[in-house]
Design a binder for this molecule. Structure first.
Ligand code: BES
Ligand code: ZN
Length: 458
């Protein structure tokens, strides 16, 4: 393959690539909110049509939730088949008032120093990243007349809401999914100038916990004292989840956790990340969490428990003297090593039930779950990825862990025996999941070029 011609093509057609990305970014495919189900379908249809223009026959396959865009294309005989996985769904935009512009009116903003960023929900996570892989293939097809390898695409619409329909899709599609390697572009760079390959992902288990007491909201003058206050009950339970040293107190929680290898520890130490460097950019200074662990250890190799949301009683403007009839919290765990999500889910429920006093009831709503994932250090494809990244960025990639989760990656491995090459170009300040999400134009542009190099090397 004439790689230089492909890279030139990417450079010369950057505006057209951006236009296509913008068309996708304009569709508010928020997976968690049923009000946007139609938009999720539209995003899937848009991708099907877009893939068709580059000779990949894909279809929008219905699931019990949002569709999966699935397609296959042939490539040169003897080359490995690559499964491209990405997600076209995005996180909700709230609080909308903090966005400087409409989250679904994407635009390029030029900074004073001339650098440019793409702003809009999904610009990074994951539409911008996902399109960088697709656009790399498009450029190769345009220049050489064919795809570089046989390709399977699987673009999901529920990743941001825990992929509830994926097990069913997997079961039904297993035989069609089989490929030699999976490529995912949904992770981050080490820093602005250093690319990275993600070697691990944390797993996730999430729940709503709802505590109920009286059969109605009460006047806190009339009932304060004798009546149970679900806010107090729940707050106490949530506080009990951690001890003084920041460790999770649920019995059995640390089973299967394991310690990073000496080689991993040495690699992480060589990255020289301090707590100040990690926390400074988000306005924090004091490391919280488990005592005696560096920030990288905490995020890449330790399990955590976080309360992601709490509500109960009156939270509007002004004041209302009420004892609410119910209080609820959203609690999630990040998992590492061989921690078993189902066991943890059960252990959390026991932990909570033991602490709920008489006159109160507790309800759990289960959300997504999946175990942690690690790429084998000696996987051949890591070398291919590393060389491609070094050629594009002039620097060897950092081999990093990821604190976040991409649940399907574990299924690829454990259901189908496929390992996943995780290369992404997100930066720490991209505000993924937050207002004013952005993606550096250079991430998009050099991301396409990086993927073109990876494909060329195959
Ligand atoms: N793309 C993210 C993971 C990520 C976050 C990579 C930040 C790089 C930087 C992914 O889409 C994500 O957010 N996953 C969720 C999964 C969950 C909702 C099941 C996560 O980790 O919270
Ligand atoms: Zn993502």
């Amino acid at each position: 393959m004439d790689l230089d011609a492909v890279l030139d093509h990417i450079d010369a057609n950057l505006d057209a690539s951006l236009e296509r990305l913008f068309a996708l970014l304009r569709i508010p495919s928020i997976s968690t909110d049923p009000a946007f189900a139609g938009d999720c379908r539209r995003a899937a249809d848009w991708l099907v049509a877009d893939l068709a223009t580059m000779g990949i026959a894909a279809e929008s396959r219905p699931t019990t939730g949002h569709p999966v865009v699935f397609g296959k294309a042939d490539g040169p005989a003897g080359k490995p088949r690559v499964l491209l996985y990405g997600h076209y769904d995005v996180q909700p935009v709230d609080p909308l008032s903090l966005w400087q512009e409409d989250p679904f009116a994407p635009r390029v903003v030029t900074r004073e120093d001339g650098s440019k960023m793409i702003v809009g929900r999904g610009s990074c996570d994951d539409k911008g990243q996902m399109m960088s892989m697709i656009e790399a293939l498009r450029a190769i097809k345009a220049v050489t007349g064919s795809l570089p390898v046989p390709v399977t695409v699987m673009l999901e619409g529920e990743e941001e809401s825990g992929s509830p329909s994926l097990p069913g899709f997997f079961e039904a599609t297993k035989d069609e999914l089989k490929a030699d390697a999976v490529f995912v572009c949904d992770t981050g760079m080490w820093d602005k100038s250093t690319p990275a390959i993600a070697m691990s992902l944390r797993g996730l288990v999430a729940h709503d916990i709802i505590v109920r007491a009286a059969d109605r909201d009460l006047h806190s003058g009339q009932f304060g004292g004798p009546a149970r206050n679900p806010n107090h009950v729940l707050a106490k339970i949530l506080a009990d989840l951690h001890d003084e040293d920041g460790r999770v107190t649920i019995p059995g929680f640390y089973e299967g956790v394991g310690e990073p290898s000496e080689a991993q520890k040495a690699n992480w130490a060589s990255l020289k990340m301090t707590a100040e460097d990690y926390l400074g950019p988000i306005g924090l200074a004091e490391p919280a969490g488990e005592k005696g662990r560096t920030v990288l250890e905490q995020v890449w190799s330790r399990p955590t428990c976080e309360v992601n949301g709490m509500s109960g009683g009156y939270t509007g403007a002004g004041f209302k003297t009420v004892i609410p009839s119910e209080a609820s919290a959203k609690v999630s765990f990040r998992l590492v090593g061989d921690q078993d999500p189902a066991k943890l889910r059960a252990a959390l429920k026991d932990f909570v039930r033991e602490r709920v006093p008489g006159d109160c009831t507790v309800e759990f709503i289960d959300h997504g779950m999946g175990p942690a994932f690690r790429v084998p250090d000696d996987w051949r494809m890591l070398q291919v990825g590393a060389e491609a990244l070094e050629a594009e960025w002039g620097k060897a990639p950092a081999m990093v862990g990821m604190g976040g989760s991409i649940p399907v990656v574990h299924d690829f491995k454990h259901t189908l025996g496929m390992d996943t090459l995780m290369i992404g170009f997100a930066l720490e300040d991209d505000r993924v999941h937050s207002p004013n999400e952005k993606y550096e134009l250079s991430s998009f542009h050099k991301g396409m070029r990086s993927w073109a190099r990876v494909f060329a090397a195959l």
